[in-house]
Design a protein around this ligand. Structure first.
Ligand code: 7TS
Length: 400
């Protein structure tokens, strides 16, 4: 579906047709995103929020319009609940260090899961070392799931925040976040959802979910690197101090006293990636024009097909067999290490990621060092999966 919208996919790699199966690491960009950024540089580029001239006014209007696109895309109540960030990692760090430093004290608990990407582990460990919070971890099941029961068991009267991924990047598991958020709230805790892997595969409605924070990166949503967004409920954002200080986030500065703007600008110090933000807006337009429910149905078909085909190959074991999965199929082989699998596949034009996927605790829980991971985007086809299967058979030929 829509493969021809992505210029990069038309090329051959090592003489073979490219099967790009690494969208969980970063998705490719459609022509419309590339064109929107080029057009902006060629016609409207200037710094935002400051120039007394036409180009700055145009740049500011286009940049600020992206906030409204994101608001609509994730169904936030208000546009000023959308903070521009550098991406998911930056969003989680912002919450840890702006919200966490103010509202958490020694002994308070943050509950995460064993499925998390390092971006949703390390900032909390840094905060633990700084102020003495405790990190609680809900375990995964052997199929790679996080059950509401596992969350419930780790909640306590000290839990101030439950911070979980919507979709696991290592295994593809879709977490029951609506239930997890309800459990968090009934315990008096806030809920932060890491949407890095869900934003391109799932319809997100932050109001229906009642999420307190939701963060994602544009580059996994067919947009550029270096930008993303943080959704936060208005009252919570207003209660938070700035994350970084500098230009564009202040109301007035004297050496004696500085006052800050209201959110979201309070959290947006310095000149941002302006063109990339415009690109993020174009990516949202692109995905919206196709429709998330169409994307989801199409990708479910692909994942099903890939799962069935991989199951047919002896010596291949799929890691993560939750009934509800999105976009990712992780596997290991009896005969070859994931890195060897990746190298052989690459020679055949099949691009996958191998390793621990920045989720080392997941590997530890499953008692494996690494996996080979194929991940899907809306541009993938059954032909790509057939190339993956042929490649895996080649690995078997070489290594067994
Ligand atoms: N959270 C999850 C669940 C992720 O998958 C990733 C990136 C991040 C956070 C961090 O996102 P960033 O845009 O700030 O880097 N995951 C991957 C991956 O699976 N392969 O490469 C990056």
């Amino acid at each position: 579906m829509h493969e021809s919208d992505f210029p990069i996919l038309a090329q051959k790699i090592h003489g073979a047709r490219l099967a790009y199966l690494d969208s969980a690491a970063s998705a490719q960009k459609p022509r419309s995103v590339i064109d929107a950024m080029t057009r902006f540089y060629e016609q409207d580029y200037a710094n935002i929020h400051r120039g007394a001239h036409e180009l700055s006014a145009r740049a500011t209007a286009q940049y600020e319009a992206v906030r409204g696109k994101i608001q609509k895309f994730i169904n936030a109540e208000r546009e000023d609940e959308i903070v521009f960030t550098k991406g998911t990692t930056d969003g989680i760090n912002l919450i840890a260090f702006a919200w966490g430093r103010k509202f958490l004290k020694a002994g308070d608990e943050v509950l995460i899961t064993e499925l998390e990407h390092h971006a949703n582990i390390v900032p909390w460990q840094m905060l633990r070392d700084e102020i003495g919070i405790k990190l609680q971890v809900a375990p995964i099941t052997s199929t790679g799931e996080i059950t509401p029961e596992a969350i419930k068991q780790k909640l306590s009267s000290r839990t101030k925040l439950v911070s979980v991924a919507h979709v696991s990047n290592a295994l593809g598991t879709v977490l029951p976040i609506a239930e997890i958020i309800k459990l968090a709230h009934s315990n008096g805790s806030l809920a932060l959802i890491d949407g890095a892997q869900s934003i391109s595969h799932e319809t997100v409605d932050v109001q229906a979910l009642d999420a307190d924070f939701y963060v994602f990166s544009a580059h996994k949503l067919y947009g550029p690197t270096g930008v993303g967004a943080l959704y936060g409920k208005r009252a919570i954002l207003e209660s938070m101090p700035p994350y970084q200080g500098g230009g564009d986030m202040i109301e007035s500065v004297t050496f004696a006293k500085t006052t800050f703007k209201s959110p979201p600008h309070r959290f947006e110090a310095g000149t941002p990636p302006i063109t990339e933000t415009i690109g993020m807006g174009a990516a949202i337009d692109y995905v919206s024009s196709i429709g998330m429910s169409n994307i989801k149905a199409y990708e479910a078909e692909l994942l099903n097909y890939a799962t069935e085909r991989l199951k047919e190959i002896s010596g291949v074991r799929i890691m993560g067999t939750a009934p509800v999965k999105a976009g990712v199929i992780s596997f290991i082989m009896d005969c070859a290490h994931p890195h060897d699998i990746g190298t052989v596949l690459d020679r055949q034009g099949v691009a996958i990621r191998t390793g621990h996927h920045c989720a080392q605790p997941v590997m530890e829980a499953l008692s494996i060092p690494a996996t080979a991971r194929a991940s899907f985007g809306l541009y993938n086809t059954k032909e790509d999966i057939d190339a993956l299967v042929a490649g895996i058979k080649k690995v078997k030929e070489i290594f067994s």
